[in-house]
Design a protein around this ligand. Structure first.
Ligand code: ATR
Length: 278
């Protein structure tokens, strides 16, 4: 089975390692190829060539998650509400787009903290980019009733809030409001690039007021233990590091392509070691 990833730059992507583990465990002969597409390339041609190559499943990453949509033959409803695609399934010559980032987040959370998430869970999303959008839409569809957003550009946060289901009440907060109110939330989800290597000492907001036993997550996985998560730990919060979501979004994609459910819990530690060795 031919699988792959399109994006730029993707030389150091961990997706080949993850999907090779899945292929092996499933006993499926296959390969996961990197399609590194320079930003000025015609996506129309890339898609045409991909269809010809017999590829069955493709992951999509930065900067093509939105740009690729017009070239696809259809979209799953979740990807359609999010407005971004991270997974493509090729069937009968048609390319259908999916987005597994949000569901990957939820499944990773359920793996590390089973039964923590309920419709009453109060969530704060920090950031309003593509990842925030996926997580917000998926959590809202899950039934979450309270989910606030804080972002440098408030209009982007307001745009995301419009994507919520009726049952989800959302306030867009200022940094000061979010910091003061941090203790109100059961889950805080950091989705910006602040704190990513090499600027590992940066932190998007203070967690001094965070509630003991709440879950603080960061979608950054380089480094795994961001300053934000270290700060959360010092304030007795539970932490959910970014490589867990990385694994689970891949698991969901693999399931779409192969209809096979893969267990990933045992891969969390090896993936952490690979990342720490970089
Ligand atoms: P992704 O698709 O990976 O989520 P993105 O769409 O580029 O990435 O989103 C980046 C997020 O990081 C946004 O919330 C962005 O805030 P703005 O919407 O105000 O741009 C946030 N971000 C990036 N650099 C930032 C900075 N220096 N300070 C605060 N927020 C920042």
């Amino acid at each position: 089975m031919k699988l792959g990833l399109i994006g730029y730059p993707i030389k150091y992507s961990l997706s080949p390692w993850i999907h090779e583990q899945f292929l092996q465990a499933s006993g499926i002969e296959g390969e996961y190829e990197l399609f590194e597409i320079k930003p000025d390339t015609s996506l129309k041609k890339v898609i045409k060539d991909m269809k010809k190559s017999g590829v069955k499943g493709v992951n999509v990453t930065v900067p093509y998650k939105q740009q690729i949509i017009p070239y696809l033959d259809g979209l799953d409803p979740v990807a359609s509400s999010i407005g971004a695609v991270n997974t493509i399934m090729v069937a009968n010559g048609k390319m259908i787009g999916y987005n597994t980032d949000g569901v990957g987040y939820i499944k990773g959370l359920n793996d590390m903290y089973p039964d923590f998430l309920s419709r009453q869970t109060k969530c704060l999303i920090i950031g309003a980019g593509g990842a925030a959008r996926s997580i917000y839409v998926t959590l809202s569809k899950y039934g979450i009733k309270h989910m606030d957003i804080v972002n440098r550009t408030q209009e982007s946060a307001e745009d995301i809030a419009l994507l919520g289901e009726k049952h989800t009440a959302t306030n867009v907060l200022s940094w000061r409001e979010a910091e003061n109110k941090a203790g109100y939330y059961d889950i805080l989800i950091q989705t910006t690039s602040i704190g990513m290597k090499p600027k590992i000492n940066e932190m998007i907001m203070s967690l001094d007021n965070v509630k003991e036993g709440s879950v603080v997550s960061d979608i950054i996985y380089q480094p795994i233990h961001t300053t934000f998560l270290e700060h959360a730990k010092r304030n007795n919060a539970l932490i959910l590091p970014g490589h867990v979501m990385l694994l689970y979004q891949a698991k969901e994609a693999f399931e779409i392509w192969t209809n096979q459910k893969r267990n990933v819990t045992h891969l969390i530690e090896p993936l952490q070691h690979i990342l720490e060795g970089r």
